[in-house]
Write a protein that binds this ligand. Structure first.
Ligand SMILES: Cc1cc2nc3c(=O)[nH]c(=O)nc-3n(C[C@H](O)[C@H](O)[C@H](O)COP(=O)(O)OP(=O)(O)OC[C@H]3O[C@@H](n4cnc5c(N)ncnc54)[C@H](O)[C@@H]3O)c2cc1C
Length: 566
């Protein structure tokens, strides 16, 4: 089943849920008119459907491999990457003064979703470069910006993100890579980084690594970490790739999925690096890249969810099994299969609405500098990441279920979706870490941003009461439970909060998804049937989740690992 980009869903969300015109009303995005948005999304859809999608199986069957220290990429990836870069897609949200298109992240998120649906292994590459561009725009010196940004923005060079070390995964502060000052103002970077996505490729004249390392006077933990730009080839006086830097790819990981994406163990042996931002403030600078990447990873999950849904729907309409009262039936006519398909479609719309609302809030914050938009963007980022990627995983598995045995064999591609998307709940901060971020840092304002969003959900429910009284009542009541649980969590210590963080985040997402569905039904009555699925079938899970969220940690710590083994 060939992938078809969900352009009508994007158009509906832009016009009826996000209020895209609020963006174009700002000077920053005045030129990204609604017509421009349509043209951009249509062109990206064409690239995803025709150039990237045919490579998805190829990358899975012919993984990237390491040959004499050079990564050889999957067949066709080089040509597809060039098409993507020539189209300007790497720098679509980057600043125009560096060669970017300056388009809103809202549109970039739709584009990232389409490209992920088509070929996730390849899409990670430009996604990481986009994050690096943003980090350099905000934190690098003018000299570094002038040298690197035009080449990264055009996609001529690519960017990676180097945080993880064997002993420093979620606990980034445990990293040991060191940065020693050189007499010329550069730094010698020494250490090993693991799991580095696209740490090398054979179709790029240079690769720029953003590396977290500790200066000699850096304090232990995250407060002593600095950020460095470490290119594979040191730029010469003209800015072209010159001398080889002292870094190498030691090995590639053999993974469950994402075979087309080389995941590298990187060794830095006194490699020359340039400081980005202030000494010891590397985490703040890297967070610019990580927040961008978190939303990008949400789009990855949603892209796979869409691809898995489309394939499952097509299969369910053709596979004949059993009978209904009217005769021999395609499996889509059985109630249980219909339940799975309808749930998939409803959850997909919810996750997409949340991710695009997050992107829109980031754009509004960038365009207006209003603290309310900044707080909204910060609050939505962990929800978008965790729910978008959970949705990718859940829908990929439902897709397999709908295929029956054919889902478990590789020919249909249903299994590849599940293998590829699995890592999205793990990288860019596991979904557990996202939930902890939501209940701690994102509530350090005493819950102001969360309560403002809950107020909005309830006002939408009030507005929809006349056409949809029962749906509006359910949503209003769920939002009230979320408010009460938020108040309860704010009174707990962090250990208790963290015990309930994952169910709390999911309940929040279900309520935001139901809100988007109700607003959709209010704007267009043909969407009411899907809204009913979201509110009557998916939303009720929030009650159990919020009960769990309030439980605290005592019952969990009452059971030791030894008890669990007994
Ligand atoms: C395919 C792939 C690509 C990757 N690409 C990159 C990349 O490009 N750059 C890069 O730097 N890294 C990359 N990573 C690394 C990735 O970001 C880490 O795997 C991730 O951050 C988790 O770290 P970890 O694997 O060490 O797991 P751990 O940190 O050991 O976590 C294991 C489990 O413990 C939980 N846990 C850990 N600490 C806590 C805590 N304090 N509280 C509660 N629970 C906790 C986690 O949620 C998880 O469930 C990649 C990984 C993979 C698999």
């Amino acid at each position: 089943m060939p992938y078809r980009a969900p352009l009508s869903d994007y158009a509906f969300l832009l016009d009826h849920i996000l209020g895209y015109d609020r963006l174009t009303a700002t000077p920053r995005f005045a030129e990204a008119t609604r017509d421009t948005a349509t043209a951009v999304l249509t062109e990206a859809a064409r690239l995803a459907e025709t150039t990237l999608a045919p490579l998805n199986r190829v990358g899975d069957k012919h993984p990237a491999r390491l040959e004499n220290g050079v990564v050889r990429t999957s067949p066709g990836f080089a040509e597809a990457y060039r098409a993507l870069a020539h189209g300007g897609w790497v720098g679509m949200a980057a600043r125009p003064e560096n060669g970017g298109m300056g388009l809103p992240l809202t549109l970039a998120t739709c584009v990232n979703e389409m490209m992920s649906a088509a070929c996730l292994s390849l899409q990670i590459n430009p996604l990481l470069t986009q994050g690096q561009i943003e980090a350099l725009e905000h934190h690098a010196s003018a000299a570094l910006r002038t040298l690197y940004l035009p080449k990264l923005t055009s996609g001529e060079w690519s960017g990676t993100m180097n945080l993880t070390e064997p002993q420093a995964g979620s606990d980034v502060g445990a990293l040991r890579t060191k940065a020693d000052p050189n007499p010329d103002g550069t730094f010698a970077i020494t250490g090993q980084k693991i799991y580095i996505s696209w740490g090398d490729a054979d179709f790029m004249p240079n690769i720029c690594h953003l590396v977290l390392a500790r200066l000699p006077d850096g304090a232990p933990g995250t407060s002593g970490i600095s950020l460095f730009l470490v290119p594979k080839f040191l730029p010469d006086a003209q800015g072209n790739p010159g001398k080889r830097n002292r870094l190498s790819v030691v090995s590639l990981e053999h993974k469950l999925g994402l075979h087309g994406s080389p995941t590298c163990v990187m060794q830095y042996d006194g490699a020359t690096g340039w400081l980005v931002g202030e000494p010891h403030k590397g985490m703040a600078a890297m967070f610019t890249m990580m927040n961008n990447a978190r939303l990008g990873v949400a789009a990855q999950g949603i892209g796979i969810a869409e691809a898995a849904f489309q394939q499952a729907l097509a299969y369910a309409q053709t596979r004949q099994q059993g009978r209904t009262p009217t005769g021999r039936a395609p499996i889509a006519d059985h109630a249980d299969v219909r339940r799975m398909l309808a749930s998939m479609r409803a959850q997909l719309f919810s996750a997409r609405a949340i991710a695009l609302s997050c992107a829109h809030a980031i754009d509004m914050a960038a365009a207006t500098a209003a603290p309310e938009w900044q707080a909204r963007a910060a609050l939505l980022t962990p929800i978008a990441k965790a729910y978008g990627t959970d949705t990718g995983n859940e829908l990929a598995h439902l897709g397999i279920q709908i295929h029956g045995g054919m889902g478990f064999v590789e020919e249909t591609g249903a299994a590849q979706f599940a293998r590829d998307v699995r890592v999205t709940t793990i990288y860019e901060g596991t979904n557990g870490i996202q939930a902890m971020d939501l209940t701690a840092r994102k509530m350090a304002d005493g819950g102001t941003a969360a309560f403002a969003l809950i107020d909005e959900v309830q006002s939408h429910a009030e507005a929809a009461r006349t056409p949809h009284p029962d749906l509006a009542t359910d949503l209003w009541q769920a939002a009230e439970s979320l408010r009460e649980t938020t108040e309860a969590l704010l009174k707990q210590d962090l250990t208790d909060r963290f015990a309930g963080a994952v169910p709390y985040l999911r309940a929040f997402a279900l309520i935001l998804g139901a809100d988007a569905h109700l607003r959709a039904a209010h704007a267009d009555s043909t969407r009411a049937a899907l809204a009913r699925i979201a509110i009557k079938r998916l939303l009720p899970e929030q009650a159990g989740l919020l009960t769990q969220a309030r439980l605290g940690a005592a019952d969990l710590y009452a059971l030791t690992p030894e008890d669990l083994a007994a």
